[in-house]
Design a protein around this ligand. Structure first.
Ligand code: PEP
Ligand code: MG
Length: 593
C-alpha cells in the first residue's frame, strides 16, 4: 500500500529508489559496493567475523567463575545461538551476493529486517531478544571493523570508497532517525541518491550538507524510519517535503516525469556557468561558493564561483575519533583549496564546532540527551576557539602558511562582543610571530567578522575597525534573532528569514558595512535562495556565497534583476508588516522557496 510521510523540503529534486534503513548508532559502518569478483571473499570475511565472535563468546563462557550468576551463562548461550544461526549468515550473505553490499552494510541491513520481525512478535520474552541480537551484531561489526587502525587511515579509506562508476543499477535512499553532519559528510561520495530523516530543521547542518551535495532530501519526516522498511520503494520529493512509500504505478510515472523535467532544468542552468553575473542595469555581482572539504573547491570552480566565500573548516575536525588534525595536516588541506581556486580568494572560517556540529559526530537526537543544557548558546564557534588557545593558534598558523599560496581571508564565526574580537586579534598576531620565529613562510590574510548574532549586528560600528570585511551568517542570525533552534523540527515552522526583525538586522548590517567601506557578503542559506536575491540586492549586497549547486539558479535571478527597482522596492518591503507578500507584489522575489 502506498503511504505518504510529510517532512521539510531541504534539498531540491526528486529521488526514486529502494530504502536503506539505518539506525543512527550504526551509521558509521562502511557503506560501499564490493566488486563482483570480491563478493565471495567478502562473504568469507563475514563468516570469519561471525566465527571469531563465537570463539570469543564461548571462551568467555568457559572462563565464567563458578559463582557467576546463572543468567550470565544463559545470556551467553542466547548470544551464541543467535551467532551460530545459519539463517543470520545466509540472509546476510544474500545482501552481499545480490546487492554487492560490503559485509558491515549487509549485516546492518539484515539487522533492520530481523529487528522488525522481533518488534512484531506477540511474545514479550521473544520480543525482548531483539536487544540480544543487536548486541551480537555490534560485536560482529566490531570484529569486522578494523577500528583499531589510525583515524586518518580510516578516513582515507572512506574517501576512496564507492566508485560511482561501479554501482549496481538500483538507486538507494538512506532513511534514518537522524544523521549527524559528520556522517552526512561521509556520504558525500557515497552511493545514496536521496536522504530522509525523522528529525532536523531546514537550516540544520545535516540539511545544509545535503543541499551542498545537491541530493534530494527531506528532514523532520517524523515517522519515516518507523514506517519505511529496508528495500521498500521510496520517492523523495525534495521540492515538496514529501516521502512516498511503495508508490502506485501512476504516481511513480508522474514522479519519473518530474524527475526528468528537473534534470532538464539543471542542464539548462548549467549553461550559465561562464556567464558573468551582471544585473539588467549593468552591475556586476560576485557569486562565491560555500565548501566543507578542500576537494569541494574543484566543484566550486566548475560551478562558476569566483572564490570561496565560506570554507567550513570544522568538517576537517569531524569523524576523527578524537584525533584532531595538527598544523601540518590543516595546512595541506587549506593549501589544496587555495591552489585549486587558482588565484581566486578563499575565505577560511575558523573552527565552528558546538551546537549541532559536535566533534564526535553525535546525531541531533543523541546530542539532545547530552548534558549540555543549551548547546546553541554554549561553548561553540569562536568561544570554543578562545577556550582552546593553542588549538586556535595552530589553526591560524596553518591558514597563514596556506595564504602564501594565494589570496586567503580568515573569517571568525559567532563573534558577539568586542572583547572576543580583540582576543582573536591577539592570537592572530601571536601566530604570525610564532611563524616568523620558526622561519616559516606565510602570507598576509585579511580578517573578517561573521555577523551571526544580533549583538554583532547591533554593535557593528564598534567592531568594524578591527576587521577588513564582513560576512553575514543568516542561518544563525535568524536562529538567534527569533530564538528558534534551527535544527529542531518542532519549531521549524517558526524559523522565518522573512521576519521583519531579521530583514531589519540584515539591511542595517549591509548598510553599515558599506558606509564604512568594508566588503560585505551573505554566506547563509538565504544567499543561495533565489526568493531573496532581489531583496538582498536592493539592500546593497554585491557579494553572495552559497553551495556551488545553487550558483546557476541565483545567477539567473541576478540576470533578470534591476538594481534601481530593487533598491526602491526594498524600502517598501522593510516598512511592511508582510515583507514576503510585499516583495512578491513588487516583483522582487521568485515563488516562495
Ligand atoms: C550561518 O550561520 O549562516 C553560516 C553560514 O554558518 P553555519 O551555517 O555553518 O552555522
Ligand atoms: Mg553559523
Amino acid at each position: 500500500m502506498s503511504i505518504q510521510v510529510f517532512g521539510l523540503a531541504v534539498s531540491r529534486g526528486i529521488a526514486i529508489g529502494r530504502a536503506v534503513l539505518v539506525a543512527s548508532s550504526r551509521l558509521d559502518v562502511a557503506h560501499y559496493f564490493v566488486e563482483p569478483q570480491a563478493v565471495e571473499p567478502e562473504a568469507e570475511r563475514l563468516r570469519a567475523a561471525l566465527a571469531a565472535v563465537a570463539n570469543e563468546l564461548s571462551g568467555m563462557q568457559d572462563e565464567l567463575p563458578e559463582d557467576a550468576p546463572a543468567e550470565l551463562s544463559a545470556l551467553l548461550d542466547v548470544h551464541l545461538m543467535l551467532l551460530r544461526d545459519e539463517a543470520l549468515y545466509a540472509a546476510t550473505r544474500q545482501w552481499i551476493v545480490e546487492r554487492r553490499y560490503n559485509a558491515e552494510w549487509a549485516l546492518s541491513a539484515q539487522l533492520e529486517v530481523l529487528a522488525r520481525q522481533f518488534d512484531e512478535m506477540e511474545d514479550v520474552y521473544l520480543r525482548e531478544r531483539k536487544a540480544d541480537l543487536e548486541q551480537v551484531v555490534e560485536r560482529v561489526l566490531r570484529a569486522l571493523d578494523e577500528g583499531r587502525r589510525p583515524a586518518a587511515e580510516r578516513a582515507a579509506e572512506r574517501a576512496a570508497r564507492s566508485d560511482p562508476g561501479d554501482r549496481p543499477e538500483t538507486p538507494l535512499i538512506l532513511v534514518a532517525g537522524d544523521i549527524s553532519p559528520a556522517d552526512m559528510l561521509q556520504f558525500k561520495q557515497s552511493v545514496f541518491v536521496g536522504f530522509v530523516t525523522d528529525v532536523g530543521g531546514t537550516a540544520s547542518h545535516t540539511a545544509i550538507v545535503a543541499r551542498s551535495m545537491d541530493i534530494p532530501a527531506v528532514v523532520g519526516a517524523r515517522d519515516a524510519s518507523r514506517v519505511v522498511r529496508t528495500d521498500d520503494w521510496v520517492i523523495v520529493d525534495g521540492d515538496g517535503g514529501l516521502v512516498i512509500l511503495n508508490p502506485s504505478p501512476i504516481v511513480l510515472e508522474e514522479y519519473r516525469y518530474r524527475q526528468r523535467q528537473s534534470e532538464l532544468e539543471r542542464e539548462r542552468l548549467a549553461r550559465l556557468r561562464n556567464t558573468p553575473a551582471v544585473t539588467l542595469d549593468g552591475h556586476a555581482i560576485s557569486l562565491q561558493a560555500n565548501i566543507e572539504m578542500p576537494d569541494d573547491a574543484r566543484v566550486a570552480l566548475e560551478a562558476g564561483a569566483v572564490g570561496v566565500g565560506l570554507f567550513r573548516s570544522e568538517f576537517l575536525f569531524m569523524n576523527r575519533d578524537g584525533q584532531l588534525p595538527g598544523e601540518d595536516e590543516q595546512y595541506e588541506a587549506y593549501r589544496t583549496a587555495v591552489l585549486a581556486m587558482r588565484g581566486l580568494p578563499v575565505t577560511i572560517r575558523t573552527v565552528d564546532v558546538g551546537a549541532d556540529k559536535p566533534l564526535d559526530g553525535l546525531s541531533l537526537s543523541e546530542l539532545r540527551h547530552e548534558h549540555q543544557l543549551n548547546p546553541a548558546l554554549g561553548l561553540r564557534a569562536i568561544r570554543w576557539s578562545l577556550a582552546e588557545p593553542s588549538m586556535f593558534r595552530q589553526q591560524l598558523r596553518a591558514i597563514l602558511r596556506a595564504s602564501a599560496h594565494g589570496p586567503v581571508r580568515i573569517l571568525l564565526p559567532m563573534v558577539g562582543q568586542l572583547s572576543e574580537a580583540r582576543q582573536a586579534l591577539e592570537h592572530l598576531a601571536r601566530a604570525r610571530h610564532q611563524l616568523t620565529d620558526a622561519g616559516r613562510r606565510f602570507g598576509y590574510a585579511t580578517l573578517g567578522l561573521m555577523v551571526e548574532v544580533p549583538a554583532a549586528a547591533i554593535s557593528l560600528r564598534s567592531l568594524l575597525p578591527l576587521f577588513d570585511f564582513v560576512s553575514i551568517g543568516t542561518n544563525d542570525l535568524v536562529q538567534y534573532t527569533l530564538a528558534i533552534d534551527r535544527a529542531d523540527e518542532a519549531v521549524a515552522h517558526l524559523y522565518d528569514p522573512w521576519n521583519p526583525a531579521v530583514l531589519h538586522l540584515l539591511g542595517q548590517t549591509i548598510e553599515t558595512a558599506r558606509q564604512a567601506g568594508k566588503d560585505v557578503s551573505v554566506c547563509g542559506e538565504m544567499a543561495g535562495d533565489p526568493a531573496f536575491t532581489g531583496v538582498l540586492l536592493g539592500m546593497g549586497l554585491r557579494s553572495f556565497s552559497m553551495h556551488p549547486a545553487r550558483i546557476a539558479t541565483v545567477k539567473q535571478s541576478i540576470l533578470r534583476a534591476d538594481l534601481g527597482h530593487a533598491r526602491r522596492a526594498v524600502a517598501e518591503v522593510l516598512s511592511s508588516d508582510d515583507p514576503q507578500g510585499c516583495a512578491r507584489r513588487l516583483g522582487l522575489t521568485a515563488l516562495p522557496s
